[in-house]
Write a protein that binds this ligand. Structure first.
Ligand SMILES: Cc1ncc(COP(=O)(O)O)c(C=O)c1O
Length: 395
């Protein structure tokens, strides 16, 4: 890893990757929308193409606004480099493409963002990559699934849907010993709460669409890690496969990063308070929040996460599907929407919406019980949120 920026998180978030524009001194860097850059001469063009002179040639390859976002994110993750991608899924795809080839085997968690699982099943399998979905919270299960051709372990921590935690340091030690890559989808934690590279992971991946952007107005993704690994992701996923982020979105994500610490500090403190209140509420069967002592991986969360435990809460409302749908209908301040990491608090009820088409037994096997809610806590006032939650749970 590169030398770590010695400044505090919030200072790095505001300043890394940013400098006044040299052409006019504007303190906010420009959004460079140009798709191509003029050469000074034939000699200059040839030198740039030969790699003898550094410059911007074409925006799928390099763009100053995108680079500013990448530098800020890399500094916050303590990474040598980062590459921005068109979406979180483009970043997941890029990290996988750069880590496996035909004949290789992937170990991935059973509880995982559904489209990451779909990517393995529908895309990578076509190209001869094998995989097993295992209980990644159990190192014994990981060892049992390990094959000589295992080249990638994919962790997502905290993970969908019930906020399981995966032990990054323990998985990293196994990967190092056995010659595999450990990639960690750290979307739920953000670099404010968790720095997987410092725990030994090879690559960290984010859906920047979520808390990194933070305002619900941009789609993007990022992969961070050692410069050579990141260059490979850039070459495969961005240059060759074309999963390039737009400069406008990169700028919005940089702007979001500057306030990440402020937003996460507020949202995670509110989430901790709401999780404790929900746990004591008679209509709630159970609550999963990494900061609660009742969370089965609370000790790991305390070791692995910092400055709090994030803004995501899962809880089970008593009364099954009908009660769940009634409560979902009743939310007023809290917005019924997918996604997370927004300024606004968002709520999803999987059984009546995203996972409605699955048979109940299959939903339950994946931890998606009929009364399961996922609350993505924003920065509103805690008592206003609690008032909306309690009136909805009373329906
Ligand atoms: C944990 C996780 N990883 C990856 C993604 C994909 O991100 P995007 O929607 O930006 O493609 C999501 C989206 O919800 C997610 O929750």
């Amino acid at each position: 890893m590169s030398e770590r920026d010695p400044r505090a998180f919030d200072t790095v978030a505001v300043h890394a990757g940013d400098a006044p524009d040299p052409s006019h001194g504007a303190v906010e860097g420009p959004i460079v929308l140009a798709n191509a850059y003029a050469f000074e001469s034939a000699v200059d063009a040839a030198a740039q193409f030969a790699g003898e002179r550094e410059g911007y040639i074409y925006s799928r390859w390099r763009n100053p606004t995108v680079e500013a976002f990448e530098q800020k994110l890399a500094a916050l993750e303590g990474a040598e480099a980062a590459v921005a991608c068109a979406s979180g899924m483009a970043a997941v795809h890029g990290a996988m493409l750069a880590s496996v080839r035909a004949g290789d085997h992937v170990i991935a968690p059973r509880g995982i963002y559904a489209e990451t699982a779909k990517l393995l099943r529908t895309v990578l399998e076509r190209f001869g990559v094998r995989f097993d979905f295992v209980d990644l919270t159990s190192l014994d299960a990981v060892d049992a699934a390990w094959r000589p051709e295992t080249r990638l372990v994919w962790a997502e921590t905290p993970a969908n849907p019930v906020l399981d935690l995966h032990d990054v340091a323990a998985l990293a030690a196994r990967c190092r010993e056995r010659g595999a890559t450990l990639a960690v989808d750290s979307t739920f934690a953000t670099p404010y709460h968790q720095r997987p590279l410092e725990l030994g992971a090879d690559l960290v991946v984010h859906s920047a669409t979520k808390a990194i952007g933070g305002h619900g107005d941009a789609v993007g993704g990022v992969v961070a890690g050692p410069a050579a690994r990141v260059a490979e992701v850039r070459e495969l996923a961005v240059r060759a496969a074309g999963g390039v982020i737009s400069p406008m979105n990169a700028w919005l994500l940089s702007r979001g990063l500057r306030t990440l610490g402020l937003r996460m500090a507020r949202a995670s403190a509110t989430a901790a308070e709401l999780a404790a209140r929900l746990e004591a509420h008679p209509a709630v069967a159970w609550v999963r929040y990494p900061g609660l002592a009742s969370h089965p991986h609370h000790a790991l969360a305390t070791r692995q996460m910092q400055r709090g435990f994030g803004a995501m809460i899962a809880f089970e409302l008593r009364g099954g599907l009908e009660a769940g749908a009634r409560a979902y209908d009743a939310f007023s301040l809290i917005t019924r929407a997918v996604s997370l990491g927004d300024l606004r608090t968002l709520v999803t009820h999987a059984a009546s919406t995203t996972h409605r088409s699955l048979p109940a037994a299959q939903r339950e096997a994946g931890g998606l019980t009929d009364g399961l809610f996922r609350l993505a806590v924003g920065i509103e006032d805690v008592d206003d949120l609690w008032a909306d939650l309690t009136q909805a749970l009373a329906r």
